[in-house]
Every structure is written in C-alpha cells, then in structure tokens.
Design a protein around this ligand. Sequence first.
Ligand code: ARG
Length: 459
Amino acid sequence: MTKKLWGGRFTGKTDPLMEKFNASIVFDRQMWRVDLRGSQAYARALERAGLLTQFEAEQIVDGLERVAGEWERGEFVIVEGDEDIHTANERRLTELIGTTAGKLHTGRSRNDQVATDVRLWLRTEIELLRRHQRDLIAAAVERAAVEIDILMPGYTHLQPAQPVRWSHWLLSHVWAWQRDAHRLDELATRVNVMPLGSGALAGNPFAIDRVRLAEELGFDAITYNSMDGVSDRDFIAEFLFWAALTMIHLSRFAEDLIVYSSHEFGFVTLADAYSTGSSLMPQKKNPDALELLRGKSGRSMGQLTGLMATLKGLPSTYNKDLQEDKEPLFDAVATLSGSLQIACGVLATLTVNPPFMRAALVPEMLATDLAEYLVRRGVPFREAHHVAGAAVQMAELQGVPLSELELADLQKLHGTFDADVAEVWSFDRSVERRDVDGGSSRRAVLAQIAHLRTWLAGG
Ligand code: ARG
C-alpha cells in the first residue's frame, strides 16, 4: 500500500471502491503539463521567500521537468494511490529526487493548486477554441463575398417569406458566432486570475510574493480573497454557458442546412466528406455531421445545468463536490473544438445550387412588395396590405401566380395600380430595395462583409 499524501491521521484502510470513487486521475491527468508548470513556478516562489535554497529549488524544478518528459513520451506510470494529477506528480517527483520533493507543497494546498491548474489549462484551450471560431467565421465571410449574387427564399415559421441573398442568410449566423467570439474573449479575462497562494482556504503563511508568481505564470491578476479563491468556479460556469450558447447557434445553423440539403429543397449539397450512407438504403446520403452538431448542443446545455446544480448551495470554500467540475469542462472543450472545426469543414466544402433556390422563389413572396408599391404612391400601409392580400386571393381563385394577374384586375382592387406595377415582379429588385443598413441589398451585405473582415483582421 503506497503512502497517502494526507495519510498522517488515518489508520484504517480505504475501501477499494471508495478509492476509485474518490480518484480523479482518470480524467484530471490531462492537466499534467499545467500542474507541473504551476509547481515549478511555486518552487521558485518558495525559494524567493527563503523556504528553499537555490539548490533545492533547482532540484525540484529539474525533477519536475523530468516528470514532464515522462508524460510527454507517454512513459509516466500511474500507480495505486495516485488519487489525482497533483498527487501523482508529487509522488513521482519524490521517487526521482528524494526527500527535497517533500518541501514543494509548503504552504500550498491541493485546493489552491487545482483551482490554479484548471485556470491555466482552460486558458490554453480557450486560445485554441478562439482560433477555430475565427476560422469558421472567416470561411463564412469569404463564402458570403464570393456568392453575394445568389438569391434564395427567406423564411419565417419555415414558410416562404421574402427573397434574400444567400450571403445575407449565411451572415445571419455569422453575427451570432461573432457575439460568441466576443463572449469568449470577455470570459477569458476572468479565467486568467490566479488563486495560488490561497492555501487550503485561509491563505499562505510563508510570505509568498503572489503578484510575482502570477506574472511568472502569465496571469493578469490574483484573487483577493483566499476563501473565494479556492471555491470560485464561476469561470467554469461561464465557459459552459459560452459552450452551450455556441452549440445552440451551431445547432440552428445545422438545422437550416439539414433542411436546405434535403431532396425537397436541394439548395445545397453537402460534400461526401461530411455525409454518411445508410446500411440499408443504398440511395441515402445523410447529413450526419450537421445532425451531430444539432445533437451535441443538448449535451452542452446539460453540462452547464449539471455544474450549476453542483455549485448551488455548497458551503463556503472547497468541498469535494467541486471535483465534479472537470469532466463537464473537459468534455465541453473537446465537443466545442470538434464542433467548430466540423462546422467550418461542412461550410467550406458544401456546394450551393442557385437554380434550386431560384425555383423556390415564388411570386407570392413579393406580395409585400406589391403593398409597398401602393405605399410609395401614397396609400396607407394598412390599406395597401389589405389590397395586396385581396390580390393574392384573386390570383388563387384564378389559379395563376400573383405576378400573372391582369392590370385591369388589379385596378379593380385599387385605382392606383398602373402599368409600372410590372416592375414589382423582380426578386432582384425586391432584395435591392431593402437597402437599409443591415438589409439584404448588395451594398448592405457588402458592408457586413467589410465590417466582419475588419474585425477578423484585428485578431
Ligand atoms: N482532485 C481534487 C479536485 O479535483 C483536487 C483537490 C482535492 N482537495 C481536497 N481537499 N481533497 O477537486
């Protein structure tokens, strides 16, 4: 039986099932690098505070470097009693350098250690996610620029509503992604705060220079209350919220594309690289990538809810419940990393089928434009709306498209109609008329693209 880090006051053996139940090494091992890095910096802080000689500090820092090498090469052996990554690394350090290793944990607790490790770990992961998110946005913006002249039906209630540019639709998702990107940058500032030096809960008794230590570890700030420092998991909750909302956005994007790629719509064709076949029906090509994006959003929302439930009502400072923060966090990071990259791949490789989009544009989608024709000639909108509605009904009764109604018939509905009403029946003109900032005209969509390009260029 190996000696436990906290074994001093215990006599009885731990139930083997409890041993397993208690252990977090199976998942927190992925923080090995930041755990070692934090310990190296802490050893130097102890040296500066006079608790380690220069020789001892070097022994520890070098020893930890050797431990890192073992992890790096996949040679680190987890043994019985390695409860978590902190215990495992310290146990190995002791084997490598002997009793000096026992000085590393002076004034430190796993409570401030784990809070620091998770922040260091998440900081790096956020940087990677940030890149994936920007890659996705960039791919969409470039597509929107190239395909700006393609028109498609815009929907409300999934019913044909008004014509829009395909790029306008695409950018409607991009703006949500950009807000997600902003949120990630903002929450990153709250992640990058150092709790190390908080001890178990009451603070470090050995005059550690925490500001200097924070600088060494690349933290922007330190926590100012040790009890809060060991118990704060807000940054994880915030990150999980970001993850859930980002997944919700990806899910809505995926849903649109699932619909648009269906046989009935045919607006887009997904690349084989992101589709799969059916084991039974040879003709099938399924949008699995998109369905998984949609499906995984549920899991992300569950992780956020789960962590909040864990945090709710916890007594002050550290409680073992907090160990439950890591699995949802690690999984959310992996899910988001995969999802953002897959969404980018799907988008970059799909083919648009403009003729199918055109074919789905029906004249009835210009009924609003018909009302607006009257409005431009002084008819109050409410009345114009009513007249256009009557025109739709008349066309339906005659069994012709709205655009095929005779001028004489239209004039029966309102005397203001004239021969130039024919100009209403152009989808391109309809889209161009919506030339307000944020609208669907070419100019307005190009302005969106310019705005997003400038933003992307900013990093
Ligand atoms: N594995 C633990 C966690 O993830 C580390 C902190 C343990 N602290 C303690 N007082 N038992 O939360």
